[in-house]
Each structure stands twice: as structure tokens, then as C-alpha cells.
Design a protein around this ligand. Structure first.
Ligand SMILES: Cc1ncc(COP(=O)(O)O)c(C=O)c1O
Length: 321
């Protein structure tokens, strides 16, 4: 881990550094050098990108002597599943505010939230602001009852959460240096801006010279670029580093109708990764990001013999819904 991150508390539940390996069959199929960073293998509570963020976030909660975590997300939120597991492991109560109708049967992440012992408020709305306002209201109610609440916005995308992806960037640079491989571009799904902001600040800190391409899965390019920029600036400020980043790349051509909607391209990418590499993606995040990356490769957006890195952020529990 880079020294600059040492001054921040971290719990260490994520199994990192995660491996990077070449996707040999997909590389042959597409005539490109495609690598994968396996953040689906961060381990804790089935892993994914959120364990990295929560290692820093829940450490901050413990440091502030909180006894309760309040989190917000969709019914099938990966973040809320992993936050519930952190709460269980750290003896903290967990209250989740989950958006969308309460389903008759709890499956996937929601089933696991209950298994980890989280208390859940369902809110029948698709509006993220409505969810967050409800989470703020729940937090206030708990505080009035004497609870010490640590509340986290959607996806844990605060400067503290983004540190997890500053650290991920340092792992990518270590790999590049050790193996003398430069990645022309890193592709990943971007939803609440935390992963991309962390990578971008890491890029600046560790001197990565390629592109970081966020494939949008929630909002349009303009909205996400602005959120990523704001969070990058806040994260850099917290790290006390100078930050000027004008090139933030978000491609919003792969969302489909809306967040969570299945797309034909994601389905194709999911099948290709499964059948050529034995790797499981999902329809909401990693499948859409992979479909975006493969589209860029097909359209030959990179010089010949370039290396491209797919950051697999997990989420494949969704396949069981
Ligand atoms: C599996 C998975 N991948 C990617 C993302 C997007 O990460 P971020 O919200 O940091 O942009 C999420 C967010 O919920 C996720 O669950």
C-alpha cells in the first residue's frame, strides 16, 4: 500500500491485491491483449468493489465510535449486502433503506442482507433522492433514540470510500511495473462515481499514463462526469494533493433503457466471458461495462498490440435473481 494512504484507518477485510491475468481466449477472439483485474475476488461477503470502499468507511465509523451504520441503495444493492456483513463482523447495527417495492420473496443480495441481520426499510420509489432523504430521516430517528449513527450515501461514494480505489490504482501500477505492461485503457462500470474518482486520483498520484474509461450504468455522461470530477477533487483535497484533471471519460452508450435494465449487448458479453473464460459477470454492472469495452476494442479505438484492462467489480450474485 502506498505511504500516502497509511494515515487513514482501514479494516482490512478485502483480500488484496486482487490478481490481474490475461484473458487468453477473449484476447485471441478479439485480436487484442485483454487483461482482467479480479475485484470480483476481494472475498468478503462474496466480494466486489464495495469491500475496498467499506474497509475505509467502516474503519472511520469505528473510529468515530459509531454503533450503527445506515446505508441506502436499491433492493439488490451490492453495497448494502457487503455493508451488512461489515456491520455483523464489527458488532455494529445496520439499518438499510432500500428503494423499490418490497418483493414477496427475498432473493440474491436482499436475502443476504436479512441473513447478516440488517434491519430494512423498503421505500416504494425509484427516485434516488427520495431514498437518500429517507435514509437521513431514519438516521435522525435513530440518533434521537441515542444511537451513534454513521451514514453512507449510495454506493459509499464519499472521499473516504474512494480511497479504496486510490489503493486499487496503486496495485495496477505495481503490476504494470513488475510485468512491464502498460495498459492503454482501464474499463470499469461507473455508477455512483466512487470507483472512478478513486482511480482518477490514483492515476494522478502514481503516474498512470493511460485512460480510465467509465462505462455508465446509472446516469448520463454529463451527470456522471460532473459527479466524478467533484468527488475526485474532494478525495484529492482529503489526501492533500494538488489535483487538476480535465479529462474524465464516461461512455453512456451501454445503459439501455435505464439503470438495471437488461441489454442485448450485456447479455452477449456475459455469455462470452462465461463461455470463453469461465468468468461470471452480471446484467447491471460488469456485463454492461464489458459490453462497452468489447465495443471499443471491435471499433479499434486502440493502437495495434495495445493492452487493455477490464476491472471486474463483482456483482454476479445478480445472476441468481
Ligand atoms: C458490482 C458493481 N460494480 C460497479 C459499481 C459501480 O461503482 P461506483 O458506484 O463506485 O461507481 C457498483 C456499485 O454499486 C457495483 O455494485
Amino acid at each position: 500500500m502506498h505511504n500516502i494512504l497509511n494515515k487513514f484507518n482501514k479494516l482490512g477485510y478485502s483480500i488484496i491485491p486482487t490478481p490481474i491475468h490475461k484473458l487468453e481466449n477473449l484476447s485471441k477472439f478479439f485480436g487484442a491483449n485483454i487483461y482482467c483485474k479480479r475485484d470480483d475476488m476481494t472475498g468478503f461477503a462474496f466480494g466486489g468493489n464495495k469491500t475496498r470502499k467499506l474497509d475505509y468507511l467502516v474503519a472511520e465509523a469505528v473510529n468515530q465510535k459509531a454503533d450503527t451504520l445506515v446505508c441506502v441503495g436499491a433492493n439488490q444493492s451490492n453495497f448494502c449486502r457487503i455493508a451488512s456483513a461489515f456491520g455483523a463482523a464489527c458488532n455494529l447495527d445496520v439499518h438499510l433503506v432500500l428503494g423499490g417495492k418490497k418483493p414477496a420473496v427475498s432473493t440474491g443480495n436482499l436475502m443476504l442482507d436479512y441473513l447478516f441481520g440488517a434491519k430494512i426499510t423498503h421505500i416504494d420509489s425509484e427516485d434516488w433522492d427520495v431514498w437518500e432523504n429517507e435514509a437521513i430521516r431514519v438516521s435522525e430517528e435513530l440518533r434521537k433514540k441515542g444511537k451513534k449513527v454513521y451514514w453512507m450515501p449510495i454506493g459509499g461514494s464519499t472521499p473516504t470510500g474512494a480511497l479504496g480505489y486510490v489503493e486499487c490504482m496503486s496495485e495496477i501500477m505495481d503490476y504494470s511495473r513488475r510485468n512491464k505492461i502498460h495498459f492503454e485503457s482501464i474499463f470499469h462500470p461507473t455508477g455512483s462515481a466512487g470507483t472512478q474518482a478513486g482511480l482518477i486520483v490514483g492515476k494522478k498520484l502514481f503516474g498512470y499514463e493511460g485512460e480510465i474509461t467509465g462505462i455508465a450504468v446509472t446516469k448520463n455522461e454529463e451527470q456522471l462526469k460532473s459527479e466524478v470530477l467533484t468527488l475526485s477533487r474532494e478525495t484529492a483535497h482529503m489526501l492533500e494533493i494538488d489535483f487538476q484533471e480535465d479529462k474524465i471519460i464516461v461512455d453512456d452508450n451501454f445503459i439501455g433503457k435505464c439503470y438495471g435494465a437488461h441489454t442485448r449487448k450485456a447479455e452477449d458479453a456475459i455469455k462470452l466471458f462465461a463461455r470463453k473464460e469461465g468468468i461470471l459477470l452480471d446484467y447491471v454492472y460488469s456485463g454492461k461495462a464489458a459490453s462497452g469495452m468489447l465495443d471499443h476494442i471491435r471499433k479499434k479505438h486502440f493502437p495495434k498490440n495495445s493492452n487493455v484492462l477490464f476491472l471486474h467489480t463483482g456483482g454476479n450474485i445478480q445472476l441468481f435473481n
